[in-house]
Design a binder for this molecule. Sequence first.
Ligand SMILES: [Zn+2]
Length: 207
Amino acid sequence: MKLFSSLLDLIFPPHCEACRSLGPEAFCADCAQNITYLSPSAFSHSVGEYAGPLKKAIHRFKFKGKTRLADPLGVLMVKYLSRNLDMNLIDLIVPVPLHEKRMKERGFNQAELLSLVLTKYYDVPTVSGTLFRVKHTHPQFDLPRAERFKNIRGAFEVKGGQILQDKNILLLDDILTTGSTVGECTRVLKSAGARAVHILTLSRVVV
Ligand SMILES: [Zn+2]
């Protein structure tokens, strides 16, 4: 196994996941320094600004299918959480689901892969078969703010909500823009019986 991984290192030498310069770290020193970390807001916990090296890495993770990036990106979330949120208060992690059609296109749900990293680290279960996306909406980024909220209404449903009853939930997504998506998920989870919903995103669009 060791020989195999050193062979792999020869063919695909380890490199920075943002700028691709060679080196053993997921983010090279320059890129690590250029991530803008954020503090908690009243609405959400977001690890860093959706810009620079973090944006590049998320892009490769999500759109280029580099699923191995879930680990280093998950580690950024763990570092953030260790400073800002007591994970002992959390019963379940719920990743924002993709619509079935999108899931088929991409082959994985990036939010779920990140949740599973936290599950491994904190031993808090990821529940991904309960909240469903029932409406395949337009990509939200080309819609004006007010339209996004209207567009997302009714996009999610809960099936088998017993597991959520009276639970403190960490709702997880990769990017927060206006908050319309996580806001709607929160509404649906609470009306299905969740006690509290904390929002955690890997990044936030800062305008
Ligand atoms: Zn770099």
